[in-house]
Design a protein around this ligand. Structure first.
Ligand SMILES: NC(=O)c1ccc[n+]([C@@H]2O[C@H](COP(=O)([O-])OP(=O)(O)OC[C@H]3O[C@@H](n4cnc5c(N)ncnc54)[C@H](O)[C@@H]3O)[C@@H](O)[C@H]2O)c1
Length: 256
């Protein structure tokens, strides 16, 4: 049986100034990891790292716009210099533009693909260098049930997440024999700022989300984080190139 302790491990989470990314950072920190939060929002990110340090964790914040490959390469070098290695890298940064496909502005399409698909690739490529050299490491991609099957009004989001799940398979099989695992989770709806924004804009309701979910409730941030901690641990040593739904039954459910 593998271990789920992260003592002595260094874990990086992108887009982790708040939301699910912060929750993952909090849980990895609790499990003993040195946790590196990264985001485009320096103010929120620094405050988030401060909160973790106040709780006794070894937490740090670095600015990282995942759309810029050069930034992720520089940051990976810096973290390896400061902490010796990167054990786990979580591609979590995300944006959610909504609206009819026929009128989705090109810049919103581009940003979605750049952040959630290309960004995850650039970061994976950057962190693969020290991980492959060491023959050890785990990359976790945060996909979505909308990447498994689309819902209307989310064309860019769903396409980016479907691509991300394909990326998990592609990198997973390519690096499998070299000690690097690439895994993913596909959560259904969890209450974060991203979801609150959609509710405020009137593009969805909590009732509709609950009705769509066999468990009849939204997910909790720590339920996603716990699955990520499991997949990134030695307890999941034989799992790679796979995305696990964390969805209260959503993807299995044929709504009628
Ligand atoms: N909340 C849900 O219901 C849900 C469901 C399935 C998947 N997800 C995914 O989980 C991840 C986290 O989402 P969340 O719900 O916590 O939303 P969130 O909006 O709270 O977090 C997203 C974070 O990504 C950051 N970000 C945006 N662009 C970035 C960039 N270019 N570089 C670096 N960081 C950037 C934002 O600043 C923010 O902190 C996303 O990938 C999202 O698609 C969320």
């Amino acid at each position: 049986m593998g271990e789920m302790t992260y003592a002595g491990k260094t874990v990086v989470v992108t887009g982790s100034a708040g939301g699910l990314g912060f929750e993952m950072g909090r849980r990895f920190g609790e499990a003993g990891a040195t946790i590196i939060l990264t985001d485009v929002h320096a103010e929120f990110g620094n405050a988030a790292a401060e909160r973790l340090r106040a709780a006794g964790r070894d937490a740090h914040f670095h600015l990282l716009d995942v759309r810029e490959p050069e930034q992720s390469r520089t940051l990976v070098d810096r973290i390896v210099t400061d902490h010796g290695a990167i054990d786990v890298w979580v591609n979590n940064a995300g944006v959610a533009h909504k609206g009819p496909a026929e009128s989705l502005p090109a810049d919103q399409w581009r940003e979605t693909i750049d952040v959630m698909l290309s960004g995850a690739f650039y970061c994976s490529q950057a962190v693969s260098e020290p991980m492959l050299a060491r023959g050890e490491g785990v990359i976790v991609n945060i996909a979505s049930v909308i990447g498994c099957k689309p819902i209307e009004g989310r064309v860019a989001y769903g396409t980016a997440k479907a691509g991300l799940m394909s990326l998990t398979e592609a990198l997973g099989i390519e690096w499998a024999k070299r000690g690097v695992r690439v895994v993913g989770v596909a959560p259904a709806v969890v209450m974060t700022d991203m979801v609150r924004k959609g509710l405020a804009e009137g593009t969805a309701t909590v009732e509709a989300y609950e009705r769509r979910t066999p468990m009849r409730r939204l997910g909790e941030p720590d339920e996603v984080a716990d699955a990520v901690l499991f997949l990134a641990s030695d307890a999941a040593a034989y799992i790679t190139a796979e995305t696990l739904p964390i969805d209260g039954g959503w993807t299995a459910y044929q709504l009628f």
